[in-house]
Design a protein around this ligand. Structure first.
Ligand code: ADP
Ligand code: MG
Length: 577
């Protein structure tokens, strides 16, 4: 076939496809336009998940009547003049494609009035063709109405997901923008019901509460880093996690971006504090000079390129690490727990204290002030634990130790898990010792698990397994990590590969950490085992030498601290009434 230039309508549908993938992309583009127009109030109406109607009204600067036909023309923008400007972009839009694209795949009306104009103007667009501009009396600002999205692109319609999914996409998107622009009043209504309404008072935690509920919002840790690259926003404490990374959002200079490297930077900041296979929640806003970031990478502007990526990642890590260390000490037993009649049934969980959850049980918290936000706990060195003097073992499950500031109760299983975990994580270069089995053991796995096993074979071998294929979905286990000697080899293999499926695409270092954590969990001394004095000592010393001694690899605390201050108050020596 000869080469031909595509007809205009074909070319414009192809171009539109890049920008307008689904109803949520329409909402995104129109919302960005309203924000660029300096609106302080934006109302979004959605009907039938955006298939029937998406309408966005703003009180921004408006479009001149004479400019309306231009606004809906491809590559027409008021935000960019020269190629040079591309490197100093301060607006969200700059491609001049959104209105043209949306107009070519829907029936769209644009109504707008500039501040200086007495009357507004309206332009109807159908399948990309604009009609006459007519005068109309309207308030200052712009209303864009998009009806019957993709009515002329049936293929697109078929690719849309269920209404529930499309609606959820829109909700998530609008809420994220609301968080990024807390000074703009934003209202979202779906099928007549208000889904989100912010009051524009700048309070991000209030908006978080609409997104995640009050409890979670209260637990989120706020952070700010005021440097050349500014980082601000919210992260979850280590005890509050998700099974996937969907609740991690980054905004760079006010635009949401997808960037796996940024996510890795965040994950690394949590280091081994997180339960393996779990992910934090985070909404982080990164601000830098526009020259430092190339936003012209992706048609939907969802990706960016940093001029100095390392600087950006390290800023994120420092900000996150700092917030985590300030807020996540050894769980301190607060007075009310100690007094509470229901003490035995309560799990002492760091999340508890941080959440101010105690506020919910007024009978036991008479002495506790309401804390809307967790307070950093001073007094403990942030990295490790102080040197501890062993006192003994209680209940064949806990070690009791004394430190410079009171008493420590240490969970022997959790502590041993942590010690083993860090030891194995350090063995990057040397193969972990294995224990040959006298008789190889045959295991048959479900196909999905077999696939996973093969994918992780290198890691498994490195960590002391010796496994060879033995027919379809069958394997022969010839050795297991020496740490696990004595345990059932088949169970050991199953345990380390089970429920990898949960997560779509774990990063490779996460997989490794997860496998190690599984091995450690199996290998660690169990509660109920009496330890000799020497074993207790050794465990304590090893724990002191850990980098993150306060949590097990699954994020649970390894120790509880009863401070001297608390003891004194409990015994009526000081302070209490
Ligand atoms: P871009 O945002 O990349 O410039 P768009 O196609 O989204 O391209 O919009 C084209 C132009 O229309 C914008 O540059 C702006 O001048 C104008 N415009 C669009 N939406 C609005 C709005 N809500 N308020 C004011 N002007 C708008
Ligand atoms: Mg735009």
């Amino acid at each position: 076939m000869a080469i031909r230039i595509l007809a205009e309508d074909v070319a414009s549908q192809i171009a539109a496809g890049e920008v307008v993938e689904r109803p949520a992309s329409v909402v995104k583009e129109l919302l960005e336009n309203a924000l660029d127009a300096g609106a302080s109030a934006i109302t979004i109406l959605v009907e039938q998940a955006g298939r029937r109607l998406i309408e966005i009204a703003d009180n921004g600067m408006g479009i001149a009547a004479a400019d309306l036909p231009l606004a809906i023309t491809r590559h027409a923008t008021s935000k960019l003049q020269s190629a040079e400007d591309l490197f100093h972009i301060r607006s969200l839009g700059f491609r001049g494609e959104a209105l043209a694209s949306i107009g070519s795949v829907s029936r769209m009306s644009v109504i707008s009035r500039e501040q200086s104009a007495d009357l507004g103007a309206r332009l109807l667009v159908e399948g990309g063709a604009g009609g006459q501009v007519t005068a109309i009396g309207v308030p200052i600002g712009t209303v864009i109405r998009v009806e019957e999205l993709f009515y002329n692109v049936p293929a697109r319609l078929k690719f849309l997901k269920s209404d529930m999914t499309e609606r959820a996409q829109i909700n998530t998107l609008v809420t994220r923008y609301a968080l990024a622009y807390p000074h703009v009043r934003i209202e979202l209504r779906q099928d007549g019901k208000t889904v989100l309404r912010t009051n524009g008072n700048g309070d991000r935690r209030e908006i978080l509460a609409q997104l995640y509920g009050v409890d979670v919002a209260r637990q989120m840790l706020e952070l700010t880093l005021e440097e050349e690259i500014q980082v601000s926003g919210f992260i979850s404490p280590v005890a509050l996690t998700r099974s996937n990374r969907r609740e991690i959002t980054f905004f760079v200079n006010g635009r949401p971006v997808q960037d796996t490297a940024l996510i890795s930077a965040l994950m690394q900041a949590y280091h081994t504090l997180l339960m393996v296979g779990r992910f934090p929640m985070a909404v982080l806003f990164i601000q830098m000079e526009p020259e430092e970031v190339d936003v012209n990478v992706h048609p939907a502007k969802a990706e960016v390129r940093f001029r100095s990526p390392d600087k950006v990642f390290s800023a994120v890590q420092r900000a996150v690490r700092r917030a985590l260390l300030a807020y996540s000490p050894v769980p301190n037993v607060a007075t009310p727990y100690w007094n509470a009649p229901s003490f035995q049934q309560r799990r002492i969980d760091p999340a508890w204290e941080m959440a101010g959850e105690l506020n919910k049980t007024p009978s036991t918290v008479a002495t506790l002030e309401s804390t809307p936000q967790p307070e950093p706990q001073p007094g403990l060195p942030s990295g490790g634990v102080p040197l501890l003097r062993l006192v003994g073992q209680v209940g064949a499950a806990y070690l009791v130790a004394e430190g410079p500031d009171g008493l420590y109760l240490i969970d022997q299983h959790a502590a041993h898990e942590r010690v083993l975990f860090e030891k194995l994580m350090r063995q990057h270069d040397t193969k972990v010792p294995s224990q040959q089995l006298l008789e190889p053991v045959l295991i048959v796995l479900p196909p999905q698990s077999a696939l996973l096993l093969e994918k992780q074979m290198d890691v498994l071998i490195h960590f002391g397994f010796d496994i060879e294929p033995f027919g379809p979905n069958s394997y022969r286990v010839r050795a297991i990590p020496a740490l696990l000697s004595g345990s059932d080899p088949a169970a050991a293999v199953r345990v380390v590969i089970e429920d990898f499926e949960e997560d779509e695409a774990p990063l490779s270092n996460e997989i490794e950490a997860r496998i190690i954590a599984r091995v450690c969990k199996r290998a660690a001394v169990k509660a109920g085992k009496t330890l000799t004095q020497e074993e207790q000592q050794a465990l304590l010393r090893d724990l002191e030498n850990c980098q993150s001694p306060r949590t097990c690899p699954h994020g649970r605390p390894t120790m509880i601290h009863l401070s001297v201050d608390l003891l004194e108050r409990q015994f009526g020596r000081r302070g209490s009434r």
